[in-house]
Design a protein around this ligand. Structure first.
Ligand code: BJ8
Length: 424
């Protein structure tokens, strides 16, 4: 601990405040995730990833930087990690999932914007996030309005690159996005001082595909009649995917999947027979945010699928492996990332179809649409999602909330009433 404090001090952080914020995240983690019974043994690694995200992983990245590699902070799953990895740099998602940093953002930002954006900016402004001082480049994107304008503030503090994500998916939008990916490659080459090599890019594509396949396999196991892991644990794995080293993560996830398959063979599930199967759909739940999954599962149901960026949107498409031709590989990467159906797209028919398909595939009893307060795109898109689900005969409810614990009692009543309705 003393060594860790030295590291944080060396990075110029407010060590006391850092501990206050991250001890509180740990407390919530213990109360929710670690309080579950009969968890798969190999989840221990993923618990450590969460604990280590502000300790061991920082040290690891500091060492990588000392050896000449760069560290790239990201805030959205639209950022192509393959390019970063192929240049020997370390990508990491830096989105905030804690309410504790929000007051620091509210000194600057309006209060009535999404908690994810406020939490992220608050971590940067409170001088508590160890990744800020070691970041060689931060990468934002033009998805929602709150994020776009926050990048203008963060960009004033150092090296920042903004990817323009189009809002439609026609031929002109595809060209624009392809050009954005090419420009991102150029920016990364400048930052790293290295030139992108086709073989290294091909290896990075294979690695990310391996990681996505392992996540998809985990998701398949959640279709079982008696799922071998809880939705909360599946979320912990997903949150780890956004911060851990991709090779180590893939190996550990493949090992967890084997354990889960064994549990399935032995009939060891995590919920009593008859527990309601729920899909969470909408906004991501990034590290620090276990609120909704805990609410649903502590009410006796089980989350069997996440149609979110901390779920299927992250892993459901692979990059086509095109071997040695650099241009063809970059085109394949651009094409894969444009399949992501974030609600910032209009129209977003692919997402509506995907929600219904996933609800059927995972045999869900109901869908909880998860909307972070003031996230207008998911909130408004919820209207179309709800009516498509209704047409498919799947009941749904929309929960709009932030990161605070203030509305927990009221939400619990709504979730329990929804589950009871499913039982009837
Ligand atoms: S691809 S969902 S990770 S933008 S919840 S900040 S949209 S107001 S996080 Fe996202 Fe990329 Fe889309 Fe996924 Fe804005 Fe909504 Fe907040 Fe959001």
């Amino acid at each position: 601990m003393a060594g860790h404090d030295e590291l944080l001090k060396g990075l110029g952080l407010d060590v006391e405040l850092h501990h206050k914020i991250f001890d509180s995240i740990d407390r919530i983690f213990r109360k929710t995730v670690l309080a579950q019974k009969d968890r798969p043994g190999r989840m221990a690694y993923f618990d450590d990833v969460i604990h280590g995200a502000h300790g061991a992983r920082v040290q690891e990245i500091v060492e990588r930087r000392a050896a000449g590699d760069k560290f790239i902070g990201t805030f959205c799953i639209y950022v192509p990690d393959e390019l970063i990895l192929a240049l020997g740099a370390v990508p990491m998602a830096l989105c905030g999932g804690t309410s504790l940093s929000i007051p620091y953002a509210e000194k600057v930002l309006p209060r009535d914007i999404c908690p994810l954006v406020k939490s992220t900016l608050g971590l940067a402004l409170s001088n508590t996030c160890p990744y800020g001082p070691i970041e060689d480049l931060a990468v934002g994107e033009t998805t929602c309005d709150a994020k776009k304008k926050t990048w203008d503030i963060l960009a004033a503090g150092g090296d920042f690159h903004v990817l323009e994500v189009p809002q439609k998916k026609g031929p002109r939008d595809r060209d624009l996005w392809h050009e954005e990916v090419v420009q991102f490659k150029v920016r990364l080459e400048e930052t790293t001082g290295r030139t992108l090599e086709p073989e290294k890019l091909a290896a990075a594509v294979r690695l990310m595909n391996r990681k996505r396949r392992a996540l998809a396999r985990l998701n398949e196991l959640r279709k079982e009649e008696n799922p071998p892991l809880s939705g909360l644990d599946a979320l912990v794995v997903m949150q780890g995917a956004l911060v851990d080293d991709p090779l180590r993560f893939s190996e550990r996830l493949e090992a967890l999947n084997e354990e889960l398959e064994d549990r399935v063979r032995r009939g060891l599930g995590v919920v009593p027979a008859g527990a309601k199967r729920i899909m969470v759909s909408g906004c991501p739940s990034v590290m620090g945010n276990w609120k909704l999954h805990h609410l649903i599962e502590s009410a006796g149901a089980v989350v069997v699928c996440d149609e979110t960026c901390t779920g299927t949107r992250y892993f459901s498409a692979l990059v086509e492996e095109r071997g040695g031709d650099l241009d063809a590989q970059i085109a394949a990467i651009a094409a894969r990332y444009l399949t992501i159906d974030c609600s910032c797209f209009s129209p977003n028919d692919e997402r509506i179809a995907s929600v219904v398909r996933l609800a059927r595939d995972h045999h869900v009893d109901g869908v909880v649409q998860y909307v972070l307060q003031y996230c207008h795109t998911y909130n408004v898109e919820a209207v179309r999602v709800a009516s498509a689900l209704k047409e498919a005969g799947v009941p749904s409810i929309k929960i709009v909330t932030d990161y605070s614990e203030e509305d927990t009692g009221q939400l619990r009543i709504r979730v329990e009433a929804f589950l009871e309705g499913l039982s009837r």
